[in-house]
Design a protein around this ligand. Structure first.
Ligand SMILES: Nc1ncnc2c1ncn2[C@@H]1O[C@H](COP(=O)(O)OP(=O)(O)O)[C@@H](O)[C@H]1O
Ligand SMILES: Nc1ccn([C@H]2C[C@H](O)[C@@H](COP(=O)(O)OP(=O)(O)O)O2)c(=O)n1
Length: 215
């Protein structure tokens, strides 16, 4: 089984996907971490984000050298490793936020991310922007999370203390930059995550799914 959870920045995708996956005792995949990791790699090597070739060359060289950039969908949460280095904590920064949308516009990088995701065997929950459309259109259940920019900004500043107005403006800008790949699947169930607690939203998603088999 594949469950997809798409939505705009800070709508609750990772938290809801994690809770749903835990309830179903299956992994969840955070596609956004792969875009963040590729962006971090480009920034760390001072590569341009207007042309995919240097970045793809770097990612392919790391794989050939035996130190691939990989997504590890662990029970305690998704991690990104480059060889034996866990780089997850370097990926949710204002600098990566400011550049990731540019990277995500590169078709060759999108194909690279999709290839990483397609290596993983179901069952799983996959969260991002285009999981239910481009990457896993065959998913058995699809959800699209929404919340007002203000609600999302209030949540973000709980994680990274910053000026609320500037965080809201940055989220709105990223929504615009990501719009091309962020359309909901026609068969996705839309959920306003501003309408309830995280636990209530997780329960709402689970209510649309078949109950896991009893032991
Ligand atoms: N329904 C909710 N009510 C309150 N807080 C939420 C809810 N959903 C998510 N959050 C919180 O909002 C923040 C952003 O959620 P996250 O899952 O990281 O969003 P995304 O993956 O879409 O960027 C996190 O701190 C998370 O705990
Ligand atoms: N499937 C995806 C996932 C993320 N992206 C892009 C769009 C986002 O701005 C960045 C980062 O995604 P991420 O889900 O980590 O972003 P948020 O947690 O919602 O802030 O990557 C994408 O284009 N396609």
């Amino acid at each position: 089984m594949i469950v997809t959870i798409d939505g705009v920045a800070a709508s609750g995708k990772s938290s809801v996907a994690s809770g749903v996956a835990r309830a179903l005792n299956i992994p969840y995949l955070s596609s956004g971490l792969l875009y963040r990791a590729a962006t971090w790699a480009a920034l760390s090597q001072r590569l341009p984000l207007t042309d995919a070739a240097p970045l793809l060359s770097l990612l392919n060289r790391w794989e050939a050298d035996g130190t691939p950039l990989t997504l590890r969908p662990l029970p305690q949460g998704n991690e990104i490793w480059v060889g034996e280095q866990n780089v997850t904590d370097l990926l949710h920064t204002t600098e990566v936020d400011a550049h990731v949308s540019a990277a995500a516009q590169l078709p060759e990088l999108r194909a690279w991310v999709d290839a990483q995701l397609h290596r993983i065997s179901p069952p799983f929950v996959a969260e991002g922007r285009d999981m239910g459309t481009a990457v896993f259109p065959q998913a058995q259940a699809k959800f699209y999370l929404e919340a007002s920019a203000r609600v999302r900004a209030q949540r973000r500043v709980q994680e990274r203390p910053q000026d609320l107005e500037s965080v809201e403006a940055a989220l709105r800008l990223r929504d615009e930059r990501d719009a091309r790949q962020s359309a909901p699947a026609p068969d996705a169930v839309h959920i306003d995550t501003g309408s309830g607690t995280l636990e209530q939203i997780i329960a709402q998603v689970l209510s649309h799914l078949p109950a896991p088999p009893t032991e």
